[in-house]
Design a protein around this ligand. Structure first.
Ligand SMILES: *[C@@H]1O[C@H](CO)[C@@H](O)[C@H](O)[C@H]1NC(C)=O
Ligand SMILES: *[C@@H]1O[C@H](CO)[C@@H](O)[C@H](O)[C@H]1NC(C)=O
Ligand SMILES: [Zn+2]
Length: 490
């Protein structure tokens, strides 16, 4: 062993042992696949990983043959054969709920479900845990409950609520990826929404910083005249709920945000877009930003949609099945098809799960009073691929929307979400031709509720690796947590 490697090894060992994990004697690794998938294409080759779990190179089959003939010593070869080899998924929108609502979800179950779903990084939302991530003190409570329980890497969103602008700079220094706020009631009393008065203070505080300000973009409107399916007031029918949250609520919120986008230099991100007409509005705001010289990624104006808006439509939701309830609501099939057009044309930036679980008691058959939230952190890759494959998309689109896009959003674009030298070797072997049925016994997250129950999904995660270490294989999540919290020392 050269001195250089000895030095790196000592660094690695000291890092691992101070985290209390088992010390592993690692070798360089070579991951092979007939179908290596990057954002720009697919090819026969592999990924070379150094002893620190970083990608050393992405190689064609020819250079691998050459490498193996010269340098076979201490190289662990992991051959996935025909399985696609891709960057691990990054889910930028997950509600873990611990501490405080740990019966809804917790770090162990959420991160194990992520690992099983091929996601190597999740980003926790600031609300639904108690306390919410709106102050430094709360952030410390949050991270200490997550610390020993992460099976994948975990980063954190902070929250904006009325009056907490004094906390924001400290939270940025502590490593939150950005902030999320509501323009409408959030559903939990400890996380009140902000109004325009608060927004002025928040945007002023964050103006010119590199953080991200993300919004649940629905704005209350006083009349229901423009609703989809106003014909019913039966709370057991989905249309009743749908009518209560028309697209105008999303459009109204985005129009409001556009005014701030024009005035301030802050990255604004719209989470979980349901109404497709939001996208052209955001594009106008982005265009103005770019015209006025913004050099931010995507002009600092971005949007995500979720697996459920791309998979489900209102017409198919049966009476009393509130496992389909989320907000903004799942809309018509026409709307879903429009979202897919925007996906095809790369007019959306990323796809996230908005994994927002609760206990069965809160998922009653009354659509108006049931908890709004869909659990799917485990199924993002297969949900997207099921629809994308049917539309003739390539696996590169999957990698673009579920790895690279979300990694960029949360400031991890030079560390995660792509197969590139120097990046973390977060990898997934994915069989694009396999399919499986969603059943309660394969669900790893805590409350086994799903609008996809007993559906067939196409594309199956076979193995997941975090920094080169196997964390999921063949239906089993490995027992030792190997995830890290992506925060700064504080
Ligand atoms: C925000 O900051 C930019 C410079 O980064 C400045 O041009 C602009 O006037 C500021 N906006 C407000 C409303 O203060
Ligand atoms: C109801 O709201 C819509 C959308 O915000 C608006 O265009 C319309 O004029 C309103 N109708 C009434 C009767 O207030
Ligand atoms: Zn959410």
């Amino acid at each position: 062993m050269s001195l250089y490697y000895l030095f790196i090894f000592i660094l690695l060992v000291s890092e691992i042992s101070c985290r209390g994990f088992q010390i592993e004697n690692r070798e360089r690794q070579l991951f092979l696949s007939r179908n290596v998938v990057t954002e720009s294409g697919e090819f026969d080759g592999g990924v070379l990983v150094d002893i620190n779990g970083k990608i050393e190179g992405v190689l064609t089959r020819e250079s691998i043959i050459e490498l193996l003939s010269n340098d076979e010593a201490s190289l662990e070869v992991i051959d996935g054969g025909n399985w696609a080899l891709m960057a691990g998924g990054v889910d930028s929108h997950v509600h873990v709920n611990e501490p405080g609502r740990t019966t809804w979800e917790g770090y162990v179950t959420a991160t194990r479900a992520a690992a099983a779903g091929g996601f190597t990084t999740i980003v926790d939302m600031p609300l639904n845990s108690v306390p919410p991530t709106t102050t430094m003190e709360n952030f410390k409570i949050k991270t200490s409950s997550a610390r020993e329980e992460a099976y994948v890497d975990v980063a954190f969103w902070g929250g904006i609520v009325p009056g907490n602008e004094v906390e924001l700079k400290n939270l940025i220094n502590a490593g939150v990826v950005g902030f999320k706020g509501f323009l409408i009631d959030s559903g939990v009393s400890e996380f009140p929404n902000v109004d325009t008065n608060d927004l002025d203070k928040i945007f002023t505080t964050l103006n010119g910083t590199n953080t991200v300000l993300a919004f649940h973009a629905e704005y209350p409107i006083s009349n229901g005249s423009q609703c989809e399916g106003c014909d019913s007031t039966d709370p057991f029918l989905y249309n009743t709920y749908l009518a209560s949250r028309p697209p105008e609520m999303e459009l109204g919120a985005v129009s409001l945000l556009a005014k701030y986008i024009a005035k301030y230099d802050v990255h604004v991100h719209v989470v979980h877009v349901s109404a497709a007409d939001v996208i052209p509005l955001l594009e106008q705001a982005r265009e103005q930003r770019i015209q006025s010289g913004s050099t931010r990624w995507r002009g600092g104006v971005t949007a995500e949609t979720c697996g459920h808006y791309l998979t489900l439509s209102s017409e198919q939701i049966p009476p009393g099945h509130s496992e389909f309830k989320c907000s903004p609501p799942i809309r018509s099939i026409t709307n879903k098809l429009k979202l897919w057009e925007y996906i095809r044309d790369r007019r959306l930036d990323l796809v996230a799960s908005d994994h927002s679980p609760t206990v069965a008691d809160k998922k009653t058959s009354n659509f108006m009073s049931a908890w709004g939230g869909i659990s799917s952190v485990q199924f993002g890759l297969s949900l997207f691929w099921t629809e994308a494959k049917a539309r003739g998309f390539s696996l590169s689109a999957l990698s673009h929307y579920l790895s690279s896009g979300p990694a960029h959003l949360v400031g991890l674009g030079n560390q995660k979400g792509a197969l590139k030298a120097g990046y973390d070797a977060d990898l997934v072997f994915f069989d694009p031709d396999a399919s499986f049925v969603v059943t309660p016994d394969i669900i790893v997250y805590k409350n086994k509720i799903s609008p996809y129950m007993y559906r067939v999904l196409n594309g199956k995660v076979m193995q997941t690796f975090l920094r080169g270490q196997l964390i999921y294989s063949d239906g089993e999540v490995l027992e030792t947590p190997k995830g890290q919290l992506l925060v700064n020392a504080f």
